[in-house]
Structure formats: C-alpha cells, structure tokens
Write a protein that binds this ligand. Structure first.
Ligand SMILES: Cc1ncc(C[n+]2csc(CCOP(=O)(O)OP(=O)(O)O)c2C)c(N)n1
Length: 548
C-alpha cells in the first residue's frame, strides 16, 4: 500500500506538475521522500516568499497552477505575501504547507499557526487534508479553483501524521471543461455599438492575457483596423510595434494615451481586471463602454459599462470580429496623430548620455539587446513606470510586471521561474536596489540551478519611488536613503559575475555580452531619477496636451 504523501505526489503528477518550489521542514519529510522518487523536480529556495513568487510565475506563464511547499508556522507565514501576489495578480498557484500531527501531539502549540484560516482572505480555496482518502478530491478541487477564471491562489495543509497514513486511493483525472460563451444578443448589441461609433478604441486588460485571446484579438485588429491600447498587465497581448498601437495606460492621467481615450466615443474593454487602476474614468453620457469579460462588470463610481458581453473572452472577440464590418464613417485620424506624437516622445532620452543613467535610456538599451521572445521580469520601483510606458512588447508575457499587489522582491524570483519554464529564451530581471535586496539571496538558487540570467540592479541608493513621491508632495527628504553592498563583489561571492559600467555607453555592450554568456551576470547600473518628476508631471502632460 502507498502512503498519503505518495498519493499527494501522484495527484500532482496527474495535474501535470513538473516543479515544486520551496523549503521543507521536518513535518514534510514524508512528502519530501515521495517527491524524491517522483519525476517532479524540487526547486529548493532560500526563502519561502521567493518560492511562492516562483510558483505563481510558473502559473502565470503556463496557465497551470505552479506549486510551492513550506513547513508549518514560520515557513507557511513566509508564503503570505506570495499568496497575495498570486491572488491579486490572477496567477494560478497551489501552496502546500506542513502541520504537526492532528491526531496526537506532544509538543503543545509549538510553531502551530492556523494557516487554513490565515490564508482564507488570500486564497480561493484553503483546506486541511484530514485523511489520506480525501486527497484526490481536495487536490483536484484546489487545481480546478486555482486555474479557473479568474485564476488565483489555493492552499492545502498536509499534517505530519496524515502524510504517513496508508491508502489505496488513486488521483482523480484532470477534467476538461469549456467555458460558457456569450449570448448571441449580447454579441449583436456590442457589434451594433461598435458599428455606430465614429471613434472606437480597443482596450486590452490583464484578463485578455490568455493564449487563445491573443490570437482572437490579432484577427479582430487585422480585420477591423481599430486602434488599441493596453493596461500594464495587458502589455504584449498584441504587438506594440503595430501601427494601431497607441500606448500603455502606465500613468494615471495626462499621457498621450489619455488623449486618445478622451476622444473615443466607444471603448471595447477586453478583459479589464479591477485589480489594476482604472485606465479611464467613465463620465455619464460621454461614450459607450463595452465590457467583454468572463464575468459581469463590478460596477463602481468610475466604471459602469452600458454594454456587457459576458462569456469566454476569446470566443466573444472572434464572434465580434466576424459580426462587425469595418465602417466608412470610422475616423481614426486623431488616434494616428496621437500615436505619431507618442512615438516621437518615446525617443526622448533614449540615447541620453548622462551617467548615472536616465531610466528611459536603460529601457531603450535593454530593448535593443533582447529579441522579441526574450523576457524581462520587473521588480517594483520607479523604473517600472518607464518600462510599462516606454517598452514596446512584441509578444505576450515578455514583460512580466506586477501591477496588482505591486510588491517589491519578486523581480529575481520571477525571472528564475521564467527561465525554468522557458530555458530557450533570454531572461533579464530588472530590480531597484531596494527590491533586489528583498530577495537577493535567490542568486544562490539561480547559481545552484545553473541558470542563465542577467540581473540589472538600478542603483540610486534610495527607495526611489517613495522618495520621488515625497519630493512631489513637497515633503523634505527623510527616511528614504540607504546604503548598499558592493553589488559586483556581492554577485561574485555567490559565484555569479558582477559588472559596473563606467559610462552610459558601456551598458548596451555589457548587456549583449552578458546575454550571450551562460551563467548569472549582475549589472550594477547607477540610475538618475533627478528630473523624472518634471518629465512625468510637466513635460509629458504638456507635450501630450499639444496634440491637435
Ligand atoms: C514589499 C513592499 N514594501 C514596500 C513597498 C512600497 N514601495 C513601493 S516602491 C518602493 C521603493 C522601491 O525602491 P527600489 O527597489 O530601490 O526602486 P526605485 O524606486 O528606487 O527604483 C517602496 C518602498 C512595496 N511596494 N512592496
């Protein structure tokens, strides 16, 4: 007879799991042994939070739940931020945590935290596995919930005594279900609204970032020629070098894209996820908004779409593309002028020679060094705004950023996971000196796994994003400056290579060289955010307002 932990591992295999990220404790020893003899790879990390970020990123890239593992108590509480990251970011992830024996224990409450309840607000499903025979159904349900729209985090707790229980139960096979599709009448109504508009505009949100939806959107845009913009997490679903692209809603307002939004009389809103800041505020009577999503619109003061197409997004987009014909009265002339002006502005500072470097130059240099399928993983800091706004993605999921929890510390772990999932693609993590140090220990994981990665650490010796906001609000500089290790030596101490350019012109050759070599290369790039406030709050609003 097998034991419960073998059954759990068999159930993971039935779900197609290839990796489990985490740090086991003594309560997981049965499970660890079951993993050892399975085909699943244990990716041992140096912090459970990083393991959670990695599992969530696996889920984000594949659509199948990534799995992470921890012991009870302190290991499990270290997963809390990663649970929030997956849950808010709609990334399918299953957390498996250990627990003391539940039938009898001689250790009092040592290390015991009620993780099932602790994780309740941060998960779609959280259960203790109370018997071996309950494992097949619990695991299947945990995967179903994690992967079903809207995806998110789930949690199973395996107590030490249950893990060793004998069982002859077998896993439940993965089911294949199709999502319901929108009603014909809803498609007809939306089609009519698009036809009747003079300046229709397409918005691509985080929920549109699914494989089949990207294909459907491509044919929608090719057939109808309607210009599009995206939110930060909708980036790359459509090629942003396309002549119909008119920007990313990266700033809250007063950017070029907002001029186009203001001029649109119909916005087809594909896959908007309320977790992202609203890319536009509705005003009564100004325009028709068509909500195309898996679920109905959660209405609030700024979002109350008049037309809803609820059902599988890819299917709705296909059917809309087939139902609507391009209309002679559609007028995209202003959108074209917005796009031309935006593309001009995106060149500003792209070859700037200042050192410490301008973020816009860093974004431009990285774009030159990477191919269209290569992936950039961002941590959170001021530079994220510039990458979201200025970087033009060619393919889905090639700029992995977190505009949901917007946590610091996920840049390096997400790049590690992305490289594991896509060993054929070049991978770059871009972190601030603050965010990098929150999970920099994972350099050891990357070196141990023999991964090829480039890590850019943008060094301003401060928590720059908050320092910028502090200055913008006229507070004196206080509490935001920090010291750093010597990042070159720091990288070397892990067995990675460390580099520090001495001028702006050295960055691009360094990047190319690092990307061409196997192993881990860290590049310490001094960054100058000195006039970002002026650029973001005066220059871009002034230039974008001038488009006629
Ligand atoms: C875990 C976490 N702590 C704090 C914050 C708030 N926060 C957002 S950006 C930021 C500063 C980031 O500094 P750094 O990583 O050095 O990047 P920079 O903005 O300087 O480029 C802080 C403290 C956060 N988002 N996540």
């Amino acid at each position: 007879m097998a034991k419960a932990s073998d059954l759990l591992v068999a159930a993971l295999q039935a779900e197609g799991v290839k990796y489990v990220f985490g740090i086991p404790g003594e309560e997981n020893l049965d499970l660890l042994e079951s993993l050892r003899t399975s085909g699943i790879q244990l990716v041992l990390t140096r912090h459970e939070q990083a393991a959670g970020f990695m599992a969530a990123t696996c889920g984000r890239l594949t659509g199948s739940a990534g799995v992470c593992l921890s012991t009870l108590g302190p290991g499990a509480t270290n997963l809390v931020t990663a649970a929030a990251y997956a849950q808010l970011g709609a990334m399918p992830m299953l957390m498996i945590t250990g627990q003391k024996p539940i039938r009898s224990s001689r250790q009092g409450h040592f290390q015991i935290i009620d993780m099932v309840d602790t994780l309740r607000p941060l998960t779609k499903y959280t259960r203790q596995l109370v018997s071996a025979d309950s494992i097949p159904a619990r695991v299947r349900e945990a995967f179903r919930r994690a992967e079903e729209e809207r995806p998110g985090a789930t949690h199973l707790e395996l107590p030490q005594d249950v893990a060793g229980d004998p069982t002859d139960a077998v896993p439940i096979a993965k089911s294949h279900s199709r999502r319901p599709v929108a009603e014909d009448k809803a498609i007809a109504r939306a089609a009519e609204a698009i036809r009747d508009a003079r300046h229709p505009l397409l918005m691509i949100g985080a929920g549109a970032n699914r494989k089949t939806t990207a294909r459907a959107l491509r044919s929608f845009v090719d057939r109808l020629g309607i210009p599009f913009f995206s939110t930060q997490m909708g980036k790359g679903v459509l090629d942003e070098t396309d002549p119909l692209w008119i920007g990313t809603a990266a700033l809250s307002d007063h950017d070029y894209v907002h001029r186009a939004i203001d001029a649109a009389d119909c916005i087809v809103n594909i896959g908007h996820d309320v977790i992202e800041k609203p890319p536009f505020f509705m005003r009564e009577g100004r325009r028709t908004v068509i909500h195309v999503n898996y679920d109905g619109a959660a209405v609030d003061a700024v979002y109350f779409p008049q037309v809803e197409v609820v059902g599988d997004i890819a299917n709705s987009v296909w059917r809309l593309a087939e139902t609507v014909e391009p209309q002679a009265h559609w007028d995209f002339a202003f959108f074209d002028r917005v796009r031309a002006a935006l593309c001009d502005q995106l060149q500003q500072r792209s070859a700037d020679g200042r050192f410490p470097m301008a973020s816009q130059r860093i974004v431009a240099d990285l774009a030159q060094a990477l191919g269209p399928d290569d992936i950039t993983c961002l941590d959170n800091g001021l530079y994220k705004l510039w990458f979201a706004r200025n970087h033009r993605c060619r393919r889905p999921n090639t700029l992995l950023l977190d505009n949901a929890l917007a946590t610091m510390g996920a840049g390096l772990p997400s790049a590690i996971a992305a490289r594991i999932v896509h060993p054929d693609r070049k991978m770059v993590a871009v972190c601030g000196d603050g965010g990098f140090m929150m999970n920099s220990q994972e350099l050891e994981t990357a070196v141990r796994l023999g991964l090829d990665l480039v890590v850019l650490v943008l060094r301003d010796d401060a928590y720059g994003m908050i320092k910028w906001k502090q200055a913008h609000e006229d507070y004196p500089n206080f509490g935001m400056d920090l010291g750093n290790p010597d990042f070159v030596k720091y990288a070397q101490s892990y067995g990675a290579r460390g580099h520090r350019p001495a001028s702006a012109d050295e960055l691009l050759p360094l990047l190319r060289e690092a990307l061409a070599k196997p192993g881990i290369d860290l590049i310490d790039v001094p960054v100058d955010y000195g006039d970002d406030d002026w650029l973001l709050n005066e220059e871009i609003p002034r230039l974008s307002a001038a488009v006629e």
